[in-house]
Ligand binder design. Structure first.
Ligand code: AMP
Ligand code: ZN
Length: 486
């Protein structure tokens, strides 16, 4: 029986979906204003593993992961500039050019790291009318108010009728006591009320007409709107990174309750952060590695390039609820472990059945399922897979044997856990074959560029560098030589 740690109760609970055999799962997707870093990838990979395991168990899963293309403001506060609008302003692009560029990058990276596509990938800008309808209903229900062209959620009113803070276990009274007072100019009645709709100023490019004037929707509102649209007013699983628990998910719960009168989600799952040198990996701080840099090795934090499966293997060695610190040593060790496991899986596929079974596969199978059913414990599953490597060695050197049906079961279980649940090998191997060729071609061009520079033929050397850049491949010249990233 599958048990899931629910952030709401802070306990592992037996999973019981609303509709037997079906699972509705919503995960907050990225804000597409910059490249995905390895921390973001870890969160999406954790939910990919959960999606894969639910499918493996035979559930029919509708997995919705949104794309935030408006409404997420700098600093996660109501008065900041929209992250996408800011990027567009700095780069003199249309906001939708920013969105397009980073959505393409997102899909490319997630595909290269073998994440399954979600069932639905809705965008905030594609659901403006639905968001306006949700906001209007919440105003009608008495839990939001219009003020100077913006609409705010009325937390004080909500907290009178329900309880705010059930997920993060914070009390509104304490928050109010600890916060700065409202400045005279604020449109809000209370400091902690949050924006569901913001009035657009005259320079704002991203704006839509609404009953309250031209404006744009708030970040929390898009997730409430798109999750209920595709999964219903109450659904099974809602996930995201740990840092979204408060205020984003707390506000989603309040909106859901204010909208329908009931809590919107049964199981809240939060994936923990990836740190680099002990500090949170973040887009803004420079303390990050891009997934593409893992594949090319072009990062000061790495001594060489690694395949996408090795990073998957490394990430699956840590439980999704634990903080994971990335280091060059850790990925180096994971590379060795991964190769040992995959060689063994290949060997298993070539083994021949014996006349009798001297190994009992069933207790091992139970251990694997017990690990995964215990809140998706992939590190324990991996230790069981290495137990299987020992079995395979015994079978290979004829110290043990399995009859055909047992060998077939063993092979299917190994493939199921390694390829389908953990998402290692297979598809990504194909991708990596393609990358190897591309990487070889780029290295050849770098050599040609070096020769051209040695001959003072800067027209050709610049042509190579600029041509590669047009294709999204950056060359980085350093004392030790030229590296590349894409
Ligand atoms: P963002 O695009 O910043 O909204 O982030 C997309 C997802 O990545 C969210 O679920 C975040 O919680 C998650 N995330 C951001 N930084 C990290 C990190 N360092 N480690 C793991 N997940 C992260
Ligand atoms: Zn969200």
């Amino acid at each position: 029986m599958l048990k899931i740690y629910n952030s709401l109760s802070k306990e592992k609970e037996t999973f019981s979906p609303i509709r037997p055999g079906h699972v509705g799962m919503y995960v907050c997707g990225p804000t597409v204003y910059s490249n995905l870093h390895l921390g973001n990838l870890r969160t999406f990979m954790s939910f990919d593993m959960i999606f894969r395991y639910l499918l493996h168990l035979g559930y029919k899963v509708r997995y919705v992961r949104n794309i935030t293309d408006v409404g997420h403001l700098v600093g996660d506060i109501d008065d900041g500039e929209d992250k996408i609008a800011k990027k567009a302003r700095l780069e003199q692009l249309e906001p939708m050019e920013v969105v397009q560029r980073y959505t393409v990058d997102l899909h490319d990276i997630l595909n290269r790291f073998n994440l399954l596509p979600p069932s639905i990938e809705p965008t905030a800008t594609g659901h403006i009318i639905e968001q306006i309808n949700v906001i209007q209903k919440i105003i009608d229900n008495g839990y939001a108010y219009e003020s100077n062209g913006s609409v705010y959620f009325d937390l004080a009113k909500y907290n009178q009728d329900y309880e705010y803070g059930v997920l993060s276990h914070r009390k509104l009274e304490d928050m109010v006591g600890n916060s700065r007072k409202l400045s005279g100019q604020s449109d809000k009645h209370n400091e902690h009320d949050f924006a569901m709709w913001k009035r657009a100023n005259s320079k704002q490019l991203m704006r839509w007409p609404s009953p309250w004037g031209d404006g744009f929707p708030g970040w929390h509102t898009e997730c409430t709107t798109m999750s209920t649209k595709y999964l219903g007013e109450k659904f099974d699983i809602h996930g995201g990174g740990m840092d979204l628990k408060f205020p984003h998910h707390e506000c989603e719960i309040a909106q859901g309750v204010a909208y329908t009168g009931n809590a919107p989600v049964n199981y809240w799952i939060h994936a923990n952060l990836l740190t680099l040198n002990g500090k949170k990996m973040a887009k803004s701080s420079g303390n990050n590695i891009l997934p593409g840099e893992i594949l090319s090795g072009a990062s000061p934090f790495l001594s060489k390039a690694y395949s996408s499966s090795v990073i998957r293997f490394l990430m699956m060695q840590t439980h999704y609820r634990s903080i994971m610190d990335f280091s060059d040593d850790a990925i180096f060790a994971a590379d060795k472990g991964y190769n040992r496991l995959m060689k063994s899986v290949e060997t298993l596929q070539k083994l021949e059945a014996g006349g009798m079974s001297t190994l009992d596969i069933l207790p091992w199978r139970n251990n694997c399922y017990e690990a995964m059913n215990d809140d998706f414990n992939t590190p324990i599953l991996i230790s069981q897979l290495f137990e299987a490597v020992n079995f395979i060695n015994l079978l290979k050197n004829k110290s043990a044997s399995l009859i055909a049906t047992d060998l077939d079961l063993f092979t299917r279980l190994m493939s199921g856990f390694v390829y389908d649940v953990l998402g290692l090998g297979k598809t990504s191997e194909i991708n990596e074959g393609h990358n190897e060729k591309l990487d070889g071609t780029i290295n050849l061009l770098i050599e040609m560029r070096n020769s051209a520079r040695a001959d003072h033929n800067y027209v050709v050397s610049d042509q190579i560098r600029d041509g590669l850049e047009m294709l999204g491949i950056q060359l980085n010249d350093a004392k030790e030589g030229t590296t590349f990233s894409y």
